[in-house]
Design a protein around this ligand. Structure first.
Ligand SMILES: O=C(O)c1ccc[n+]([C@@H]2O[C@H](COP(=O)([O-])O)[C@@H](O)[C@H]2O)c1
Ligand SMILES: Cc1cc2nc[nH]c2cc1C
Length: 344
């Protein structure tokens, strides 16, 4: 299994970072959350002059055997159809990535479809979708380790090209069931609190999805080791994202976390390596109820809440200019002394 070595953030520069931010021409704390983001990026990069270089986003796509239980209102074919939409530049994430100068690649982590080669498609198919978690482990432990390694490979590639900030998004009909199941098992949350509408289930549909998740938890009741839990309840795109998050933390990169499913990948990564959180910025709290719960459990505050629930990395992409503003104020704002402005 890929070994992820992640250093907790050093605290040596903390005083200097706080001082630099406090001496900018503003009342103390007046840039609010941007100050927290700026300070986190300075700590990740161990510098007083942070930079965001070559932002690189991955949309990780895969299918889910649990759709056989009727947990999503959309047909499974939407997964591969949306992959083509990403490749032709017509999805929401394409629009926002173009707007903000973000490089975007689509990753076939395990879609139930054969794609022709494409310059923006990275072929990392582990299988044609997972198995039905209600009756079987979604994947084998071997496949789970392979997915973690695939995520690491994605990040190694962009890191070698000079990128220091990544964003992770996903596409996979049925993947909110996997995200909810992971939340239940990893954080001991009742399915009644962890289950939501996903792409738009009715109330009856949500109750049925809740029962399917309860059945999956029962099937895998005996499991206690994180890797076995991730294999039993995860998805190929979720575990690939978890591997990418872990490897980005290893490289001391800034990791932009999108909505509910991307956060389930962070929860999975956190179960393997708690220090990974230091490198992650939660960009947008999804309208999926359990996302708030997941963020609370991880102890992270999302940057925004725009009532979005799309995935694809859209929440992270729309947050990108805010994060850039945080970095820019540290580098470009005058200090009180430099501008000749009186302090308190
Ligand atoms: O990111 C989110 O917060 C989010 C919340 C609800 C749904 N989604 C997207 O909807 C799909 C999964 O929904 P479902 O109902 O099929 O489980 C998948 O492609 C996700 O990207 C995404
Ligand atoms: C159309 C559609 C687009 C999506 N993008 C991410 N998840 C999605 C789910 C659906 C159904």
């Amino acid at each position: 299994m890929q070994e992820f070595i992640i250093e907790p953030l050093a605290t040596d520069l903390d005083d200097a970072i706080a001082q630099k931010i406090d001496l900018k021409t503003k009342p103390q704390g007046a840039l609010g959350r941007l100050e927290k983001v700026a300070s986190q990026i300075c700590r990740i990069q161990q510098t007083l002059e942070p930079q965001l270089k070559l932002p690189s986003f991955f949309v990780c796509a895969a299918d889910h055997g649990v759709v056989a239980e009727g947990v999503s209102p959309y047909p499974q074919d939407v997964t591969w159809q949306m992959v083509y939409n990403f490749l032709s530049g017509g999805a929401a994430i394409n629009v926002f990535a173009r707007q903000h100068g973000i490089a975007l690649k689509v990753v076939d982590c395990g879609v139930k479809h054969d794609f022709a080669p494409h310059s923006d498609l990275i072929a990392m198919k582990i299988d044609y979708g997972t198995k039905n978690m209600a009756t079987d482990p979604a994947m084998s432990v071997e496949q789970c380790k392979q997915a973690l390694g695939n995520g690491a490979k994605l990040v190694d590639g962009v890191h070698a090209s000079g990128s220091n900030v990544i964003g992770l998004g996903e596409m996979g009909i049925g993947n909110t069931t996997a995200a909810s199941a992971l939340l239940c098992k990893l954080a001991e949350v009742d399915p009644a609190k962890a289950t939501g509408a996903g792409t738009g289930l009715s109330l009856d549909g949500i109750l049925h999805k809740q029962q399917v998740i309860a059945r999956a938890l029962d099937t895998h009741l005996h499991l206690t080791s994180p890797i076995e839990i991730l294999a039993a309840l995860g998805g190929f795109e979720i575990i690939t994202m978890a591997g990418a998050i872990l490897q980005a933390a290893h490289h001391r990169m800034v990791v932009l976390i999108d909505g509910f499913i991307a956060t389930s990948a962070l929860l999975a990564a956190h179960a393997l390596h708690p220090d990974v959180l230091d490198y992650c910025i939660s960009c947008h709290q999804s309208n999926e109820n359990a996302h708030r719960l997941m963020l609370e459990i991880l102890g992270v505050e999302p940057l925004m809440k725009l009532d979005m629930r799309l995935g694809e990395g859209t929440g992270a992409a729309v947050a990108y200019p805010l994060i850039l503003s945080a970095v820019n104020f540290v580098n470009e704002m005058s200090s009180f002394e430099g501008a000749g402005v009186s302090q308190q």
